[in-house]
Design a protein around this ligand. Sequence first.
Ligand code: GDP
Ligand code: GDP
Length: 438
Amino acid sequence: MAKPIVAMVGRPNVGKSTLFNRLAGKRISIVEDTPGVTRDRVYAEAEWLNHNFTMIDTGGIEPERGDIILKQMRRQANIAIETANVIVFIVDGKEGLTAADNEVATMLRKSKKPVVLVVNKVDSLKEEDNAWEFYNLGMGEPVTISASQGLGLGDMLDRIVENFDPHASDEEEDEYIRIAMIGKPNVGKSSLINKLLGEDRVIVSNVPGTTRDAIDSYLETDEGKFILVDTAGIRRKSKVKEEIERYSVIRTYTAVERADVCILMVDAQEGITEQDEKIIGYAHELNKAIMVVVNKWDLIEKDDKTLDNYKKDMQSKLKFLKYAPYLFISALTGQRVHKVLQMARMCYDNYSKRISTGILNDVISRAVLMKEPPVVSLKRLKIYYASQVATKPPKFIFFVNDSNARHFSYERYLENQIRESFDFEGTGLQIEYRERKM
Ligand code: GDP
Ligand code: GDP
C-alpha cells in the first residue's frame, strides 16, 4: 500500500529545511545507474511509531519581495493541497503572525485536508506564550517546536500520524490497479487517458474520499479495475524555472509513490530525454511495475526495421530498465491503444507473482548445475536454498555459505535464470543474499 504523503508549507525562513533535515530518516538512496535522481532534496522517507510516510518540502527558492512571497506561498499551498494526505503548516514563533500566514491558513482551511499547525523557533519554555496568537488562524491548537534544538518533534509527529486515514488501505481500493501516467508535458498523457475512458467501458468517476486527487479516473474493463492517474495536473504558470521544476517533481513523485504500475509516456518524435530518465528513475527506485509507451507513432515514417531499432535505441538509454516492456501507440488514431491496459495488467500480475519455494529451488539447483559459481577470494559460493519472501515487487532471499564469495556476474546469471524460468516482465526483482551457517 502506498505511503501517506506529508507536505510542509510555510513562509521562507520559518525553518522548513531545518525541520526537514531533522526528520528525514534514510533518504532514498541513489541507485548508481539511475541518472539524476534525488539530487534535489524535495522529498524524504520518514518513520514514526511504525508509520512510514513520505515528506515533501514545498519551499522553493527565496524571493526578496513581499508580494512575490505571497504568490509563491499560494502555489506552495496549492501543491500541498493537491498532493498531500496531511499538511504541516509551519509558522515562526519569533516573528509572530503575518498577513501571509493568514492568507495561507484560509486556503488550507477551505481545502478540508488535515492540517497540523506548527509554531517553530520556540526554543525554550518561556517562549511558549508566543504560540497564543496563532490560535487566531482557526486551525486548532498549535504544536510548538524548536527545529534547531530538536524540541517538541515527538508531539508534532504524533499529531501528524493521528491524521493518517486508517481506511486508506480499503479492500475496495485494493481491488483497483493504480496506474500513474508519467512523462513530459505534451507527450499525450491526457489524450491517452481520454481515449481509454472513451472506449465503450464502464466508467466510475469521482469515487468519494478524502485523499483522492481530482485527476484520478476509475474504470473497469475486461482486464480488471483500474485507477488512472494523470500527473500533468493543473499547470500553473510560474516565471521561476526552478519552481516549476520543483513542483513537477513533487507531482510526479507523489503519483509514482501511490501507483502499482507506472507508464512512462514518450513522444516518438523526441525519443527518451534526460528528464524521462529522471522520472522513470523514481519509479525504478520505488520498485514499481514499469512499462514504456511510445506515443505519436503515427507521426513517424517507418519501414519494417523502424520499431526494432527504435526500441533498441531506447533500451540502450534506459539500461537500468531492462525488464520494462515497450508499446508503440497513437493516442490520436487509436492504434494499439487497446493493448495499453492489457500490458499494464500483465506487468501488475508479474509484479504480484509468487513462486513456490519448491519450484524456485529446482530452478536454482539446475542453474548451479549448469554453471558452477566462480571462486572468489579462495571461496566458492554455495547456495543452500532460496525463497520468495514478498511480492510487489517480488523479493527473494538466497541463503548462502559466505557472502564474501559473491560475484556480481554470477548474481546476474542467477537473476536471468529466474527471469527465464518465470515471467517477470515489467517488474524489477529484489534479491538478497544472506549468510547461513549450516
Ligand atoms: P526555510 O526557509 O523555511 O527552509 O527555513 P530554514 O530551515 O532555512 O531556517 C531559516 C533560519 O531559521 C535559519 O537561520 C535557521 O537556523 C533558523 N531556525 C530554524 N529553526 C529554528 C529554531 O527552532 N529556532 C531558532 N532560533 N532558529 C531556527
Ligand atoms: P499531455 O500534456 O501529456 O497530457 O499531452 P496531451 O494529451 O495534452 O497532448 C499534447 C498534444 O499532442 C495535443 O495537441 C494532442 O492532440 C497531441 N497528441 C496526443 N497524442 C497524439 C498522437 O498519438 N499523435 C499525434 N499526432 N498527436 C498526438
